[in-house]
Design a protein around this ligand. Structure first.
Ligand code: FES
Length: 93
């Protein structure tokens, strides 16, 4: 019997492609997600930080949707972390 060993680099294997949201200021969906993870709480604050949707304005709807999606994903992640904390607390009681 022959053994075949396959090495998979998971750090890049499932990484989705980056989407440029704002061409005028070269802002990507990953830039927006990063800002949300770092605590950006409003679209206006995002505009102040990245200047997204502050030039021609054609990206405003997409930028708002990307921001909303990132906020939702961030909230779900926070709920998951909270759930894990509750589970650990219950396990140690
Ligand atoms: S593409 Fe975003 S302001 Fe023009």
């Amino acid at each position: 019997m022959q053994t075949i060993r396959i090495t998979l680099d998971v750090s890049t294997a499932y990484r989705p492609a980056t989407m440029i949201v704002c061409v005028c200021h070269r802002v990507s969906d990953r830039d927006i997600a990063r800002e949300v993870r770092q605590g950006c709480a409003s679209f206006e604050a995002l505009q102040d930080e990245l200047r997204v949707a502050t030039a021609c304005g054609s990206c405003t709807d997409c930028a708002q949707q990307t921001f909303d999606h990132a906020c939702a994903r961030n909230a779900i992640g926070a709920l998951g972390a909270g759930g894990a904390m509750v589970h650990r607390a219950a396990a140690s009681a």
